[in-house]
Structure formats: structure tokens, C-alpha cells
Write a protein that binds this ligand. Structure first.
Ligand code: ADP
Length: 381
């Protein structure tokens, strides 16, 4: 963690790759416009050998375009794409089929008239017969479909079809595997199961993979690193824990889960807020140079508790209540005017409009933003 300075960081993205790690994919200052509208602007990103990195962002932020630029299905207007250190887009352009890139499509795109085995073998037809069959056997085993090789796609469940699609893309041993919204075609229950399955298969295969999603939970559960995108650029790249717990911008904070902001004044030793005093050492990288300043602390619903209270003791009131089954999500307006989200167990009953005493119940360091700034101050990353 940095010692915390008064200098504000720009939206610097940690793109450094330790020298000991091999970079397999590199995007260097990529630009792409459609009809004079800039869709990707100066995007730089390195993906390490064997890493699973997810591009995460709202619809229309440029995730699919980025994936298509890597695959060679689009040409960048500027910048260089390198795979295994070799430029494939930029001064030269290598056709998609000549890049060492595999793609798993959203809808799996299996050939209906071919068996699972034949689908998997499709991209390695030119291999020697014996090697090809051995590779298909190995992949059927890897994806847990050893006894399903002769079945056709319609005889397989959605999850099994996805495993065949994965095996088919892995067959030629690509340097980079691209997964476009890989779970969007599955039922909700199956999605969660397949996340673990797909991660496990990719890790066993040791392939470098880039996936795309707008689902933050999916991104955090499958990825080694998450690259959060907004409006054609990168907001932050980091481990799921980094981007969730220490977001560098309010956009990242909000996109990765319910984030509320509690205004506070930094005093000697603590930050005074409408939900209590937070010791300075519980605020990530906040230094004494900020004493006297107004800041916003980021809190998530599990960081705040609201107990019913007599009006004289209350510091807020419940203004919204959403029953979610196992939990209830409240919005509490505190006396300072801040509105904070607050998650309780379903058995806890707090009514709408009820006076409450809201307090912080966080056992970790909180992220913060200077008042009026979109970016987080130089904190713990
Ligand atoms: P995401 O995958 O994040 O939803 P996309 O990369 O598909 O976003 O699209 C980013 C932006 O580029 C959107 O505004 C989209 O409308 C635009 N776009 C994508 N492809 C084309 C195209 N072939 N022609 C014109 N505009 C496009």
C-alpha cells in the first residue's frame, strides 16, 4: 500500500507486466472509429501467459469491438496488436485465420450434423490421424465428455454443448482464446455452475484467455484480472479484489456493485460522517495532509447496519426497501442528506419510513474520493 499522498492519481491503469511474466497479447494505443465516431480510444492492455482476463463494462462501451480487433475481424485505425510479440494489426495486418487465436462464440456455433468428436476435430483436420484422435480424446477428457463423443449437439445439454465448443476452440492449441459473453446462452442456474467449470477447464488447458461480459459477478468469479471499460477506454485493470475493494473511479465503484457515498470531514484521527467517526487507518491511503478536507467514503450495503431507533436517537430513516429473498436491501437517508444502501438478513424487519440508527459495520479499509472528484485519490494500489 502506498503511504498516501496528496497527489491525485489520474485514471492510471496498472498495465505493468512483471519482467518474469511473459506477455502473450498486447494492445498498444488502439484506436477504432465507426463513421467518424470514436469507439475505442488509445486503449493499451497486456495479457500474461496463462491468464484469464475479462473485459467488463456496460453495453456499448466497446468490449466486443476490442475482441474483434484482437481476432482480426476488425482493423484498428491506430495502434498495434501483438500476439506472442509479433504485430498482427498495425503496420501489417495478419488475417484472422493466420492469427493464433481461437474464438468461443456466444451461441457456441456447433455443427449440428457432426458429433461432439467431429466438432472438436474440425479445426485440426490437417493433423496426422493418430495425433488428431489423441488430441480429441485428450480434450473430451478435459471437458468431462469422454463418454459423449459420438453424440450430436441436439443430444447434449446447454452446458455440454458449451464444453464441446470450448474443446473445439482449444484443439489447435491457440496462443489466445477469446470468449464472447460465454454464458449468455445458458439458463441462469447453469450459468453459475458453468463459470466454475469453464474457469477450471481454461486453467487446466493453461491457455491465455480474454472474455467479455457486462455481468460484474461473472467477471469477478472467473477472472484472474478484470479490465473495467467505459466509453471505449479502460477505467481500471486489476484483480477482482482490487477493482471491487479499491475502485479508482466512482464509475468503477458503482459498476461493480451497489456503492453509496457518505460525505465526511477529515479531522485528526478520524473522518466524521453522518454514520459515525471512521478512524483514519480504516480509510485506504488517506494521509494527514487531508485534514480539514471534505471527502466521500465509499460504502457497500454490507458495510452499513440500520437498527430501528426512537426518533430522538435516530440518525436517518428508511426511504426504500427491496426484498431479495435471502436478504433485504434498504436505502436509508441519513440526517446529512446522504442516502446509503444497507443489506440485512431477510429475518430482520425494518419498515419503510421507520426511524433508524445507521452505523458503519465494515471490517476492512474503505475507499474514498475527494469531494467533487471522479477519481479516487492516491490510495492503496
Ligand atoms: P459492447 O460489446 O461493449 O456492448 P460494442 O463493441 O459492440 O460494445 O460497440 C461499441 C460501440 O460501437 C457501440 O456504440 C456500437 O453501436 C458501435 N459499433 C459497433 N460495431 C459497429 C459497426 N460495425 N458499425 C457502426 N458502429 C458500431
Amino acid at each position: 500500500m502506498s503511504s498516501g499522498s496528496a497527489n491525485l492519481q489520474s485514471a492510471d491503469v496498472d498495465l505493468s507486466v512483471p519482467e518474469t511474466e511473459t506477455t502473450v497479447l498486447e494492445l498498444d494505443g488502439i484506436e477504432k472509429s465507426y463513421n467518424d465516431t470514436n469507439v475505442i480510444g488509445d486503449l493499451s492492455l497486456s495479457v500474461r501467459d496463462g491468464e484469464l482476463l475479462t473485459l467488463l463494462g456496460p453495453s456499448g462501451c466497446g468490449k466486443t469491438t476490442t475482441l474483434r480487433l484482437i481476432a482480426g475481424l476488425e482493423r484498428p485505425d491506430g495502434g498495434i496488436v501483438r500476439i506472442d510479440g509479433e504485430a498482427v494489426s498495425g503496420p501489417t495486418f495478419v488475417a484472422p485465420e493466420d492469427r493464433d487465436v481461437g474464438v468461443v462464440f456466444q451461441e457456441f456455433a456447433l455443427f449440428p450434423h457432426l458429433s461432439a468428436r467431429e466438432n472438436i476435430a474440425f479445426g485440426i483436420q490437417e493433423w496426422d490421424d493418430e495425433e488428431r484422435e489423441a488430441r480429441v480424446d485428450e480434450l473430451l477428457e478435459l471437458v468431462g465428455l469422454k463418454t459423449h463423443g459420438e453424440k450430436h449437439p441436439e443430444e447434449l445439454s446447454g452446458g455440454q454443448q458449451q464444453r464441446v465448443a470450448l474443446a473445439r476452440s482449444l484443439a489447435p492449441e491457440p496462443s489466445v482464446l477469446l470468449l464472447d459473453e460465454p454464458f449468455s446462452n445458458l439458463d441462469v442456474d447453469l450459468r453459475v455452475e458453468m463459470r466454475e467449470e469453464v474457469r477450471s477447464i481454461l486453467k487446466k488447458a493453461g491457455v491465455t484467455a480474454i472474455s467479455v461480459t457486462h455481468d460484474q459477478e461473472e467477471a469477478m468469479s472467473i477472472s484472474d484480472r478484470v479490465a473495467v471499460m467505459s466509453e471505449g477506454g479502460l477505467e481500471q485493470v486489476g484483480t477482482p479484489e482490487d477493482v471491487f475493494q479499491q475502485p479508482k473511479s466512482r464509475f468503477v465503484a458503482g459498476f461493480l456493485g451497489h456503492a453509496s457515498f457518505v460525505s465526511g470531514r477529515v479531522t485528526e484521527g478520524c473522518v466524521e460522517t453522518g454514520v459515525g467517526c471512521v478512524p483514519l487507518d480504516r480509510v485506504n491511503g488517506l494521509s494527514e495532509e487531508y485534514i480539514g478536507s471534505q471527502i466521500d467514503l465509499m460504502v457497500r450495503p454490507d458495510d452499513v447496519r440500520a437498527e430501528p431507533a426512537e426518533p430522538a436517537e435516530a440518525n436517518g430513516e428508511v426511504v426504500h426497501r427491496r426484498y431479495l429473498g435471502p436478504t433485504v436491501l434498504y436505502r436509508v437517508e441519513i440526517d446529512t442528506g446522504d442516502v446509503v444502501g444497507c443489506m440485512h438478513n431477510h429475518a430482520d424487519e425494518v419498515s419503510l419510513d421507520e426511524p433508524v440508527f445507521a452505523s458503519l459495520d465494515a471490517d476492512h479499509e474503505l475507499a474514498w474520493f475527494p469531494r467533487g472528484e471522479r477519481k479516487m485519490a492516491d490510495g492503496g494500489q
